[in-house]
Ligand binder design. Sequence first.
Ligand code: FAD
Length: 278
Amino acid sequence: MILPIADRFVAGESPATALDHARRWNAKDVKVILNLLGEHYDDAEDVAADTEEYRTLLSDIASAGLDACISVKPSQIGLDLGTEVFEENLASIVEAADEEGEFVWVDMEDHTTTDATLDAFERFVTDRGGGMGVCLQANLRRTKGDVERFADLPGKIRLVKGAYDEPESVAYTEKERVNTAYRELLTTMFETYEGGIAIGSHDPAMVDLGRDLHEQWGTPFEVQMLMGVREDAQVELAREYEVWQYTPYGSRWASYFYRRVMERKGNALFAARAIIGR
Ligand code: FAD
């Protein structure tokens, strides 16, 4: 059973609780990106089970008429077992999404997976003519080239700062340098993309920059934030812009919850207060 305090960041263990969560947030005009928690599987059965759950979830999203989509991690659907396994399972998920007219995001993991993830995304989104998005990380030195590479492709790009500890050789490791890279990349996207820009950040400075760039260039954009983080801001922003809440669910919630709690003092205090009942 899920720890009661973890439900700030995780929408329960089952698809049913995740779909209920999506229904509640849709009522606040916030759309929902569902992510079944799981990563780095080296067991083909885990890979097959999560692939199948995503296929069913897409059909459940469609029959419930929800403003929701899914986001999958490459290592959850087989990348650690080989590029072919990953692409085969992504194809199966994309096929289910096509049948239901739903959208599929691909999360980005550490830098050793970037090429395989982007190559697969490029191929699938081109074949499909859109309906898919991928995440790019501003901390990676290569991302300027990737932002340029995807300018004329259909689909969406979620720009994030980057969640993985990467070596200096491939990434900016100072926070301020990452912020500068994020600003530069977002500016290029608004200047050169026709749309499909997702600001994946809780940082008010980046959201404000997006608003300014939208006013200047008119390029459509959306904001994406995590469940449990700046939720008041999500509701407020949704009055003006398209807002998507990234919502994890599933039985593997413990390590995700631990990461959220440890990344920020405020979250750790929240957890401590909840545990001691204040
Ligand atoms: P930070 O740089 O952490 O903080 C900047 C400012 O934002 C803070 O000073 C504060 O004002 C505000 N803020 C941040 N967090 C909080 C909080 N908890 N409460 C209140 N205010 C806060 N990373 C990947 O590597 N791959 C992915 O596929 C990926 N997908 C993501 C999808 C979404 C929708 C989001 C939101 C993030 C994703 N990330 C992903 C994580 C991302 O890379 C960052 O690690 C994470 O978002 C923290 O950076 P930030 O821009 O939100 O703000």
